[in-house]
Structures are given as structure tokens and as C-alpha cells.
Write a protein of this length. Structure first.
Length: 316
């Protein structure tokens, strides 16, 4: 079944309509085009800007919400991929080329948070999620070391593609989940009791129970891409009603009900790599797709990237 507005919204289940997922802008807005491969958008409320990555061009760009201007945020950026914010509003960045996770301090300096596990260099960190306790969780596939296009060709020192956790107190890097073809996007459920991780090569999204000690369950399959011919999964985001939104590559942006049903999608003219909520009400979805950055203002609201609880830099 399709909705009345196939130009942007396609409905597979009535819940896509009743949940107001089809309300909002009639079409995508193009904010910028000219990237080689756009990834990792994050909305920074203090700046009222979106920062995102253009991996092959080895730069980070920023779009200003007030003026619409686009400029270079950082060049020779380590072939950055995913970006998010920590509890203090600092930028957390996965640098594929430099094979590390960094934090941009308020004075602009960089702090390396993780570049090794058990003495071995990481593969190429891809995406990160910050839990309300301050811990940082990140995926580490091999995309940045398989060729020189998105990083630097090299052999994996670890020999597998995993998900790790950085302890907020000690800085210890701990492996928390393995058995992936290529772990990619990751996001906590709104209550932080579950962690969702996309596995791009396996064509599925896995879901793990998060234990109090920071370890995970074995992980179940939440969604499979096989039902949609052109779909593969990249990064993931939740809205406030518990629906999971997934960058589904050539199949646009998928929307899943909490029970795992694919209820609808956004049709995007380019291959979708990453999505992120932003704007003053967090109801503007920013979409990094191949050469461009798009947005759509919606009637649904996204969860905040740093989880529940008070954030002094945002909440006052």
C-alpha cells in the first residue's frame, strides 16, 4: 500500500499515517550539493549549525541554519565519518583515516579518546553513540582500510569488525559486541535499555539488551533488508514515539514500528548514508545522501543524541 504523496512518503502500514509520519514538508529541501560521499550529520544547538563529513574529500562541512551558508569546518579531517555530541555539547568524531575516535574541545583542540584495543590499532571507527552515563560506544568496521578512497589501505590488526565502549571515567576501550560483517550505525533506545546496531554487509539491524554493568546480550535480529531489493542499512535514529528510522542506502529512509514492522519510508533521490534530527524542536530530519545534504521538517520529533536527562549546555 502506498500513501497519497509518493514523491516523498511511501506507506506500507497504516501506522505510518496515524503516527503523523507523513505530516510535514511536501518535498525534501536541498541544503547543499557537491560532496563525493556525504556522511555523519549532527545538529549542534549552540551553533545552530549542522556539521557533516565528506569522506573522500577529507573534509568536514557546516551548514548555518540562520543564513543557509555552507563552509568548511575542518579540512584534512582524517577522512571523518560519523559525528555526534557528548553530554557537554562537544563534538565526538569517528576518524576513519586516522583510525581513531576524537573529541573537539570547546577551545577547538582535539582529544583522542580511542585509537587502539588491547594494543592493536582500530580498523576505521564509523559511528558513535553517547549514553547518559557519559560512556561512548562506537562501531569499527573496515571500510576505511579496504582502499584509499575513504581512508588508507591497510591490513586489520584486530582481524574482526566489532563494537566498543569507552569508559567515561577510566577511558578504557572494551569490546562489547562482535560477530558482525560490518557494524555501522548504532543508537540507544530512548530508555537506553537496548542498543541497536546495523550490520551493513549482513543486511540487518541487530538489537542488544544493555546490562547495568555496560555489557550486552548476544543480540537478536530486529530487521532484515532482504525484503527490500535496494536496501542496506547505515546509521539509525529514534523518534520520541519509539519508532526507529534507518538510513537504508538506495531505498531511502526506512521507518520501523517498535515491534519491528517496516511501516513506511522517505523516498530520496540519492543513496542515503546518514540521518540526524535537529532544529529548535528536533523535528527537522537532516539526510546525508551521496553528494548532498537534505532536510525535511516533520510532525514527529527525534530523540536527543546524548540520551535522557539534563544537559546544562542545552537545557539551561
Amino acid at each position: 500500500m502506498s500513501g497519497e504523496r509518493p514523491g516523498l512518503y511511501e506507506m506500507f502500514d497504516e501506522r505510518f499515517r496515524t503516527g503523523r509520519c507523513m505530516n510535514g514538508d511536501e518535498a525534501l529541501e536541498v541544503l547543499y550539493t557537491g560532496c563525493r560521499w556525504a556522511e555523519g550529520p549532527v545538529y549542534v544547538p549552540a551553533w545552530r549549525q549542522v556539521v557533516w563529513s565528506d569522506i573522500p574529500n577529507d573534509r568536514m562541512l557546516r551548514w548555518d541554519e540562520e543564513t543557509g551558508a555552507v563552509s568548511v569546518f575542518r579540512r584534512s579531517a582524517g577522512h571523518t565519518n560519523g559525528n555526534t555530541l557528548d553530554r557537554e555539547g562537544r563534538l565526538i568524531t569517528c576518524e576513519q583515516g586516522n583510525r581513531r575516535v576524537t573529541r573537539t574541545e570547546h577551545d577547538g583542540t582535539l582529544t583522542v579518546l580511542a585509537d587502539r584495543w588491547q594494543g592493536k590499532r582500530l580498523n576505521s571507527p564509523n559511528d558513535a553513540a553517547v549514553k547518559s552515563d557519559g560512556s561512548i560506544w562506537f562501531s569499527d568496521p573496515d571500510f576505511g582500510i579496504t582502499s584509499d578512497y575513504e581512508g588508507y589501505r591497510a591490513q586489520s590488526e584486530i582481524g574482526s569488525n566489532n563494537v566498543y565502549r569507552i569508559d567515561p571515567v577510566t577511558g578504557e576501550v572494551r569490546l562489547v559486541a562482535d560477530g558482525f560483517g560490518a557494524p555501522n550505525g548504532l543508537v540507544f533506545s530512548p530508555d537506553e535499555r537496548r542498543l541497536f546496531v546495523s550490520d551493513t554487509r549482513a543486511g540487518r539491524i541487530r538489537v542488544f539488551d544493555v546490562r547495568d554493568d555496560g555489557t550486552l546480550s548476544d543480540g537478536d535480529v530486529f530487521a532484515e533488508a532482504g525484503a527490500r531489493e535496494n536496501a542496506r542499512f547505515d546509521n539509525l535514529r529514534f523518534d520520541d514515539d519509539g519508532r526507529l528510522w534507518a538510513a537504508a542506502m538506495a531505498d531511502g529512509v526506512h521507518c520501523y514500528d517498535p515491534d519491528g514492522t517496516l511501516i513506511g519510508r522517505l523516498v530520496v533521490p540519492e543513496v542515503v548514508a546518514n540521518i540526524s534530527w535537529g532544529g529548535a524542536k528536533r523535528n527537522r530530519l537532516f539526510i546525508a545522501a551521496e553528494t548532498s545534504l537534505y532536510s525535511v521538517v516533520m510532525a514527529v520529533t527525534g530523540t536527543h543524541p546524548t540520551g535522557p536527562g539534563r544537559r546544562p549546555w542545552l537545557d539551561g
